[in-house]
Design a protein around this ligand. Structure first.
Ligand code: ADP
Ligand code: MG
Length: 335
């Protein structure tokens, strides 16, 4: 895009043949030099747009997510971790649809043409891209406050897509992995304490549950990834499906690191903390053995945490009969 900015009364191009424009092309050349490709990319970085071959019989699955400095990651986050997370949160959306990753684009807004920052960013971004064979096929590079927008494209069989509106009364509710770790790292960061390294890893380098999403296709009914907190995100499934949910608070899976928090705070973080990027899905009770089987096969814990009921609300129920007051739920932008 050709942008003109009024600066000191003069109009100045930032992307043509000015010294600042040259820097933009240097950055793009750095990205292009490191990106890898695959057979279904007819034309990748370098033209006005990419040309991609969608296999017949598959649906194209598209998702986009932006990370802003200070909002979606602490300002002291390492460039490689920002690169990893920017792609991970997008891959998590593909996982939640039961899709296989294929291609992505990267829109970068950078305060300056900092090549070493970009190299670090690409280390994390491309490490994760390589792991899931998702190819960077284009993007945009502009000057502005640090912000990273990634769009991912995936592929799914039409009858295997996992949607939010497919939960049925009587379904079990499941989650992958453990809950609350990323939010626990943020609590420690905000209070100025030392951050437990395993919690910090969960905040900075979430693992997109791609294998799990593919494995539960055909077994699960509805699915969502947990980005804003279990109760909030499960609420989206309930609204879309026209059902209610009961969650057993004591059944929520915990990491070893989170067990060091007292039970009240731990359960609050598990139920309402954001940023874990685990999958929450519903499945008929007849699928229990099948789900245990695929969990073992893909090496991801899958824990039954409740059931879908008639109604419209998400109820959190402690098994010891004590009163569990639902804390302020999840993270809401503009709230
Ligand atoms: P245009 O002005 O036609 O949009 P650009 O100069 O912005 O072209 O981009 C040139 C090429 O580099 C395009 O193929 C674009 O997709 C790619 N590109 C630009 N920025 C990025 C980026 N951050 N990551 C990957 N590819 C990029
Ligand atoms: Mg452009």
């Amino acid at each position: 895009m050709h942008v003109f900015m009024a600066r000191g009364g003069a109009l100045e191009s930032i992307v043509t043949d000015s010294p600042r424009g040259t820097a933009e092309f240097d950055l793009i050349a750095r990205i292009r030099a490191r990106a890898f490709t695959r057979d279904d990319v007819i034309l990748g970085i370098g033209d006005d747009a990419a040309l991609l071959k969608v296999p017949s019989g598959k649906l194209l699955v598209v998702a986009t997510d932006t990370l802003n400095s200070g909002v979606h990651f602490p300002v002291d986050t390492a460039p490689a971790d920002i690169g990893w997370k920017a792609l991970a949160v997008n891959l998590s959306d593909l996982a939640a649809m039961g899709a296989e990753p294929a291609w992505c684009t990267l829109s970068l807004s950078l305060p300056g043409a900092d090549a070493s920052w970009l190299d670090g960013f690409l280390d994390g971004f491309l490490e994760l891209a390589n792991r899931y064979r998702i190819v960077l096929v284009g993007g945009d590079t502009t000057r502005g406050p640090l912000s990273v927008c990634v769009t991912v494209h995936g592929l799914v069989d039409a009858d295997k897509a996992l949607r939010r509106d497919a939960a049925k009364v009587g379904d079990d509710i499941w989650v992958t992995g453990t809950l609350g770790d990323a939010a626990a790292a943020l609590v420690q960061w905000q209070s100025g304490q030392a951050i437990d390294p395993s919690l910090r890893q969960r905040l900075d380098r979430p693992t997109p549950r791609i294998e799990a999403g593919l494995a539960i296709a055909g077994l699960a009914h509805a699915c969502i990834d947990i980005s804003d907190g279990l109760l909030v995100d499960l609420g989206h499934v309930c609204v879309a499906s026209g059902v209610g949910a009961e969650i057993e608070v004591d059944a929520l899976p915990s990491s070893a690191a989170l067990l060091l928090f007292d039970a009240g705070q731990r359960q609050h973080l598990q139920a309402s903390g954001g940023d874990d990027y685990e999958l929450c899905f519903t499945a008929p009770t007849a699928a229990r053995a099948g789900i245990a089987g695929v969990a073992g096969k893909c090496g991801v814990a899958m824990t039954r945490i409740g059931r879908i009921v008639e109604g419209a609300r998400v109820h959190a129920i402690p098994t010891d009969g004590s009163e569990w007051t639902q804390p302020k739920a999840g993270y809401v932008h503009f709230a």
